[in-house]
Design a protein around this ligand. Structure first.
Ligand code: ZN
Length: 201
């Protein structure tokens, strides 16, 4: 197992659609183990193949959902934590339509390990259904809402060669481009190594 370098915006692998996983073998199992280790070290809630330089359609995710029951107004005894952690191989994603309202910077800002240390608001579909295959080749489905649905949409975009900064409103995109220039990103071959490189957030 090893922590892998995470590619930074500008590397071609991040901006090119990935190919389907053809076979689940020892090599792929080792890659997935390394991706989990890298995601945890970053730390992050998701990591896609292209982010570690592997142009294949798979991502790992790890997110603990706080399912507080808002209806009762008494969230002490109804609150439960549910952990979602897994690998999505050759995923499909079905997304509810996005709101036409502008993104709320307080509740809808996301970040990306390939655009490290920054966050920008982005409207996402409130719910999503993920269909994918696990490491044993078994198909599964997760119905996601809220932040988990956002994570799935973010990671799925990586497989199509899209970063979330490609989707943000022009006013934020301008800031993102400025940051990218200032940090010397936007060129091939840049990466950072969790646990070694400091993030100047
Ligand atoms: Zn990302």
């Amino acid at each position: 197992m090893a922590v892998l370098p995470i590619r930074i915006s500008g590397d071609p692998v991040l901006h090119t659609p990935a190919s389907p996983v053809a076979v689940i073998d020892d090599e792929l199992r080792a890659l997935v183990a390394d991706m989990f280790e890298t995601m945890d070290a970053a730390p992050g809630v998701g990591l896609a193949g292209p982010q570690v330089g592997v142009p294949l359609r798979l991502f790992v995710f790890s997110y603990t959902e706080d399912t507080g029951d808002e209806d009762t107004g008494d969230d002490d005894d109804t609150r439960t934590l549910r952990e979602y952690r897994g690998v999505a191989i050759n995923p499909e994603l079905f997304i509810t339509p996005t709101s036409v309202e502008p993104a709320d910077p307080d509740t809808e800002s996301e970040g990306c390990l390939s655009f490290p240390g920054e966050r920008f608001p982005l409207v996402r579909g409130e719910a999503a259904i993920l269909r994918a295959t696990d490491l044993d080749g078994r198909p599964y489905e997760i119905e996601a809402e809220g932040w988990l649905a956002r994570i799935f949409q973010h990671e799925f975009d990586h497989l199509d060669g899209l970063l979330y900064v490609d989707r943000i409103d022009p006013v934020y995109a301008k800031v993102a481009r400025k940051i990218e220039r200032k940090k010397g990103w936007g060129v091939p071959g840049l990466a950072w190594l969790p646990g070694v490189d400091e993030l100047d957030a």
